[in-house]
Design a binder for this molecule. Structure first.
Ligand SMILES: C[S@@+](CC[C@H](N)C(=O)[O-])C[C@H]1O[C@@H](n2cnc3c(N)ncnc32)[C@H](O)[C@@H]1O
Length: 180
């Protein structure tokens, strides 16, 4: 089931609005990849902010999301994280499923929201793979929640910086910039 943009999507959108213009100024040919493109909101934002459409690439494990992003005119493929990604990118973004498993969660929304038993499995798999898909000086913008176990970015080989957070009623969301 395709994800409807929510607070995590909007926080990442705001971070893109703040950070992407600076990155494009330094590299007008910036190559952009979104893993888990879902609603396509960040693809639209990236294009509006000046990323060349031919440099916007995306993927999702959910077929409906892939079709939807294609119908918006974006290059999007079905892939489990980086399984079918070939090239390298200057910016990789991901607002992942991060909630711990909940037996009451309907199966069809689980793919978009549940990050595994404790909530961090997809993020950890993403971080293990992502370094191989970064261009020199490439960056990752990754969203994480206080509901997910704390991720030890350094242990996974990344330098990190907080780009922005938002406190919601029941959790805190943050976007992290990661480099290797
Ligand atoms: C929280 S949603 C965010 C979607 C989109 N970025 C947005 O804000 O509308 C997470 C997305 O990751 C996708 N996803 C989940 N597991 C994935 C995996 N292993 N590989 C690629 N995408 C995955 C889901 O299908 C969903 O579209």
């Amino acid at each position: 089931m395709r994800y409807q943009p929510a607070e995590d999507s909007y926080l990442l959108t705001n971070i893109l609005k703040k950070e992407l213009p600076k990155l494009i100024e330094r590299n007008p040919d910036l190559k952009f990849l979104e893993i888990g493109a879902g609603s396509g909101i960040h693809l639209l934002t990236a294009e509006k902010l000046g990323v060349k459409k031919e440099n916007i690439f995306s993927s999702d494990i959910d077929e409906d999301s892939v079709k939807h992003c294609n119908s918006l005119g974006y290059n999007c493929i079905k892939s489990d994280l980086f399984e079918d990604i070939i090239k390298k990118y200057n910016l990789i973004i991901f607002n992942p499923p991060y909630l711990p498993e909940d037996s009451k969660e309907p199966i069809d929304s689980k793919t978009a929201t549940t990050g595994g038993k404790k909530g961090d499995e997809i993020i950890l798999r993403f971080l293990e793979q992502a370094k191989d898909y970064l261009n020199e000086n490439g960056k990752i913008f990754l969203l994480a929640s206080s509901l997910t176990p704390k991720i030890d970015f350094e242990k996974l080989g990344y330098k990190f910086k907080e780009l922005g957070c938002e406190r919601l009623f029941y959790e805190q969301l943050c976007v992290w910039e990661l480099i290797i």
